[in-house]
Design a binder for this molecule. Structure first.
Ligand SMILES: [Zn+2]
Length: 546
């Protein structure tokens, strides 16, 4: 494994930016030291191990070689594909030095995306672990948590185990998986999970299995229906919260109240894409958040609210902001052993945490005319005014994390491909629709969701140039907080001993998001055509440049 030195790197943390040298070895960040000290440090490590290294090197047939770090004079500098001025990398044997001193170049921890749908198994026409994780890495995301609404759903011990094996084999970045309840396809496993109340037994089995529990991100509860029909409703959420032996397992809630959705469902008219917003109004999300927060309080159990869409939902959450829960103390034990995926150390955590997804920040409901059903997501995109308020809440630090909710569907499934009413929407209606494609307004079962994982960080970087929002906020919300909330250790921060998952970005570079640049299997994005300032230049995953 290569040693890497990031020289004169502007390292971004949740509190600010420091110029440092970052020494990477053995897949970890060995040392974050003062600028200029990195080369000496690296030379010392190499000296200590030189005998071994030389022997190994001879075996490879490269003969006598010094492992002294190259000085400026002997550096046969190789321009890395970073492209930017001054971003030189020179590789000397097993050491790679990357000079990060160029203007606008910053080093961030690799992002942790706590909410993606990579669609495998069973829905691989939309995406799979290989394709979507490649896109994630291209977008600076080095860790993902995959959602359970696949086919079969990840709602049994067996399904979870199979999915772990699949992801181990194919996922190119770090991963954890959510378990869920019920869902379409569940009968394949039948038994304990054939109804939603059997699922807690399955989750316990996963959480107790040491080999599997380290891949368990948490439990996802859908209060309202969405892709995969995994809705557990209020009683499903209550069922998991009441389960004391699962107290340490994070619970993520899709908080749209099903009763409210039922009352509004008639408002959806497939011929009018914007009607999706009326069928799933803000009120349903607010109601869902209210119920979820009160249940969390009732059972003294932390929950994480997925994809908050408005200020009103945040106002509900705000009422609980001083509520804390102590974890890791007096764990309920079953068969003599407490089950945990969050580590058993005692800690006090907030009762409620929440996330916002890029679609609710960078898209809004006046874009239905441009994108049609491509814009259909759950919960729906909101008005420009609501989006503005949500941004203000982010500037005020009211949102814990950014998570992409990457949820690809093919253009065909979105009803924008093949025969149909071409020209129903304005031609050139965003490159999303592409030329020669049209919508079939009468298409039944138009799925909700859109790809986001490759563009989340670029869109956020672009926002930094507007000034109200800083790189440190991105690091806080997409690295530190997800690691803290979901109990990940030694990731999400550029610090000694942490996993060497890093992203080098150029805040100054301007470019356009083109369809060709997208690595998604579904091949489209509602952000195509956007010109952004700020680009992901290089990603280091576990000490390797990818
Ligand atoms: Zn989702």
């Amino acid at each position: 494994m290569k040693k890497i030195l990031l020289k004169n790197a502007r390292v971004v943390g949740a509190d600010g930016i420091d110029e440092k040298d970052v020494v990477i070895s053995g897949g970890k960040i060995l040392k974050v030291c003062e600028s200029g000290e990195g080369e000496d440090l690296l030379a010392n490590i190499v000296d200590e191990k030189s005998e071994v290294t030389k022997a190994a090197d001879r075996e490879e047939g490269s003969g006598e070689q010094s492992f002294k770090i190259g000085s400026e004079s002997d550096a046969k500098s190789v321009r890395t594909d970073l492209g930017g001025e001054g971003l030189m990398g020179h590789s000397l044997h097993s050491c790679l030095i990357i000079d990060c001193s160029a203007d606008d170049t910053y080093v961030l921890p690799g992002l942790i995306d706590a909410h993606v749908h990579f669609r495998e198994p069973g829905l691989t026409a939309k995406g799979d672990f290989a394709s979507e994780s490649r896109a994630a890495l291209a977008g600076g995301i080095t860790t993902i948590f995959d959602m359970p609404n696949t086919v079969p759903p990840t709602s049994t011990y067996e399904a979870f185990k199979e999915k772990v094996e699949l992801a181990k084999e194919k996922c190119l970045c770090n991963f954890k998986l959510f378990a869920g309840m019920g869902g379409s396809g569940a009968p394949r496993y039948g038994g304990a999970n054939s109804n939603r109340f059997g699922f807690a037994v399955e989750i316990k089995k996963i959480a107790k299995d040491k080999k599997l529990s380290r891949f368990l991100a948490g439990v996802k509860v859908y209060m309202g229906c969405s892709t995969g029909c995994m809705a557990g409703g209020v009683d499903g959420l209550e069922r998991i919260l009441v389960e004391k032996s699962l107290r340490e397992v994070p619970v993520v809630v899709h908080a749209e109240d099903q009763n409210c959705l039922n009352e509004n469902v008639e408002k959806f008219d497939a011929a009018v894409p914007a009607s999706h917003g009326e069928a799933r109004p803000v009120e349903c999300a607010v109601e869902g958040v209210k119920i979820a927060c009160h249940l969390a309080k009732k059972y003294d159990r932390p929950i994480h609210i997925a994809h908050v869409t408005s200020r009103v939902e945040l106002d509900v959450i705000k009422k609980f902001k001083d509520e804390k829960v102590t974890l890791g103390r007096g764990l309920a034990k079953e068969d003599g052993e407490a089950v945990t995926s969050r580590g058993a150390a005692k800690k006090v955590v907030p009762l409620i945490t929440c996330e916002v997804s890029p679609r609710h920040l960078f898209l809004s409901d006046e874009m239905y005319g441009q994108f049609g059903h491509l814009l259909k997501v759950n919960p729906p995109v909101r008005s420009k005014e609501i989006v503005g308020d949500l941004w203000n809440a982010i500037y005020d630090g009211e949102v814990d994390i950014f998570a992409s909710d990457h949820s690809p569907h093919t253009l065909g499934e979105k009803g924008t491909e093949g025969s149909g009413l071409q020209g129903h929407f304005p031609r050139n209606a965003g490159s999303c629709l592409g030329s020669g494609s049209g919508l079939r307004p009468a298409e039944a079962g138009l799925p909700s969701g859109m790809p986001e994982v490759q563009t989340m960080l670029p869109l956020l970087l672009n926002e930094v140039s507007h000034g109200k929002f800083g790189l440190k906020d991105i690091v806080r919300m997409a690295c530190c907080n997800p690691a803290r909330i979901f109990g990940l250790e030694k990731v999400g921060c550029v610090a000694d001993g942490y996993r060497a998952d890093l992203v080098i970005v150029d805040l100054g570079e301007k470019y356009e998001i083109t369809r060709e640049s997208l690595l998604y299997k579904c091949g489209w994005s509602c952000y195509e055509g956007r010109v952004l300032k700020g680009r992901v230049k290089k990603v280091i995953l576990g000490g390797e440049i990818v």
